[in-house]
Design a protein around this ligand. Structure first.
Ligand code: HEM
Length: 173
């Protein structure tokens, strides 16, 4: 997976939980404590998952709590600065989520080895959509954490109801 995901996690852990905890997580994951991460470089999915699991262990939080913290940080701190162009024309959480399939395809089509997630949508009515997540990585908790983060960014209350393992009904206020 692209290094940008790990950089966001690194910034989140360092800012909210301190540099020492980040170094402990890296060392526990078999990595050097001063590991340099580059946005466009690939980091093995197994290495990312080791870092994520050790983040949960070191900070004593569940995977969903880590995914929610990641989703909120990605959507409210990291991505609006790093990928501001994607934030200019979408005015609501619904519009933003409906653009996620296109965004992931577009932003990774020129990056070698990128394997972006796919999303399909069904619009039920003005305030309700069904969103389905398709990826061999099966990172459902992170997907859900990011949906919650979209709600936080747009300051909207959104309700997420699980329909199946990779499909949710999202209701917007
Ligand atoms: C401006 C906002 C966003 C940008 C720029 C962005 C970009 C990216 C990039 C570059 C990757 C790595 C892809 C790879 O290595 O193959 C990724 C992964 C991912 N993104 Fe986003 N993303 C954004 C928002 C979101 C949102 C809002 C969601 C969910 C609703 C989402 C769901 C995911 C998931 C689940 C992955 C993990 C990869 C997988 O499951 O296969 N992203 N994203």
């Amino acid at each position: 997976m692209k290094g940008t995901i790990a950089i966001c996690l690194q910034d989140l852990v360092k800012t909210k939980f301190g540099k020492d905890n980040w170094e402990t997580i890296l060392v526990k994951s078999g990595l050097p404590k001063d590991l340099a991460i580059y946005s466009h470089h690939d980091i093995g999915d197994d290495v990312i998952m080791k870092i994520v699991n050790n983040t949960c262990e070191v900070l004593s939080i569940t995977l969903q709590q880590a995914a929610d913290a990641f989703g909120e940080y990605w959507m409210t701190e990291y991505a609006p600065k790093k990928y501001f162009a994607f934030f200019t024309d979408k005015k609501t959480a619904k519009e933003f989520l409906l653009n996620m399939d296109k965004l992931h395809t577009k932003m990774t089509d020129k990056i070698e080895n990128a394997k972006p997630p796919k999303f399909t949508y069904k619009e039920i009515d003005k305030n309700t959509i069904i969103m389905t997540y398709i990826s061999s990585r099966n990172l459902e908790p992170i997907w859900i954490g990011l949906i919650k983060g979209v709600g936080k960014y747009f300051n909207e209350n959104i309700n997420i109801e699980n329909l199946s393992e990779n499909s949710v009904k999202i209701t917007f206020d």
